[in-house]
Design a protein around this ligand. Sequence first.
Ligand code: ATP
Ligand code: MG
Ligand code: MG
Ligand code: MG
Length: 467
Amino acid sequence: MNNSSAAIRRAFHEFFAERGHSIVPSASLVPPNDPTLLFTNAGMVPFKDVFLGREQRPYQRAVSAQRCVRAGGKHNDLENVGYTARHHTFFEMLGNFSFGQYFKRDAISYAWTFLTETLGLPAERLWVTVYEDDDEAAGIWLDEVGVDPARFARIGAADNFWSMGDTGPCGPCSEIFYDHGPEVPGGPPGSADEDGDRYVEIWNLVFMQYERGADGALTPLPSPSIDTGMGLERIAAVAQGVTNNYDIDLFRHLVDATARLIGTDDREGSSLRVIADHIRACAFLVVDGVLPSNEGRGYVLRRIIRRAVRHGYKLGVSEPFFWRLVEPLIGEMGEAYPELANNRELVERVLRLEETRFRETLEQGLRLLETDLADLTGDTVPGETVFKLYDTFGFPVDLTADVVREQGLHLDMAGFETAMSAQRERARAASVFRAEYGGAADFGGTTEFSGYEVREDAAQVIGLYRD
Ligand code: ATP
Ligand code: MG
Ligand code: MG
Ligand code: MG
């Protein structure tokens, strides 16, 4: 088969549709009615209530390609972007789900058949792990599928036992890895140096078979369920014979478009890849109703946009550029996600305005940082500097960390927290004073950088984002 990202997405849908699964379109990145979750971060999120038995659907088997963001909350891969070959802030998770129908045997056999037959991957490149106590899954893999015990491992709960929360459905996992070969650094799953990019986790099968009670005890579920997740970009890299996700078709085109736009050919550093990653997260977040702001989801979006803008600046771009990547992104993903093209104007306006505003303080902030670093002894950037950048120049802390990490430095976070509390204390004292004396005095102290605020409702947006 043609192994483009789009063809793999389609093949996955078809494979499971042929096996009785309903094709369910990707849900929003903003989970409706779930304040506990910042973003949809896995394919199972839209099915949470179905697994819990609170919601009925007209199907008991589903397949999806779910857009996910892992840039905040429990799953945060923002710091990995630019540093590993396999993590993105935004990615698509392919998944098949069984709500009380089939269980381990079918889930394992479907996954193996899809990988080795549909995609034609060589079995000797695939490694498998199961939860250490899961003899049932181990038996299926070793005795029925015939996986070589040399490429098989039992792993502890940290990686191979999944729970929905402190209580509720949970169960063992089985992960499938692909070995990209000895030229890529990294050790096999379960080894001390497993954190490299050689053995890449491609597919995670979750066997939901228990319910954890408030007392921590596990009770078997009457009808166990299946939840699986496979990163489209990772499996595309495997199928396309490249060892880095950023070398797959979709990312190559986005990176090329960015390079052309900026007028650089600097492929050595990670900036082009970071920008290509970030445009996907930012565009889809805006499509799903998130706008830059100083708190919650909006602040995550703002942080990602500003990181991208800083990387563009580093590459020497002189005009707002980030919004111009919406067009090539639509070229890559518009067919699978028509909502991208439908919201093009809004997305472009939001990104352009945020970049324009941030550019006003970015350069000054970077200059200040450079001056402070010139006097630095040791490898820790003082909390006062981090605070000044945050407070006066609108540098999210992770952006400052991203800048100095390139020079092998890190931040004095305790010092930053102290400066933040001192500022809060000043603000509190000032408001007490104002309340008592009713004056509109200027206290001369620092004011929190507020950038610009937008109410997250559509009418406001259209007005605010009109040129
Ligand atoms: P890893 O250990 O590599 O960080 P994970 O165990 O956190 O992955 P899961 O939560 O099991 O990932 O998600 C299911 C699948 O989604 C993974 O097997 C992988 O293919 C993909 N995936 C997870 N995180 C990312 C990411 N940040 N970018 C791209 N793909 C991802
Ligand atoms: Mg992870
Ligand atoms: Mg993992
Ligand atoms: Mg996993």
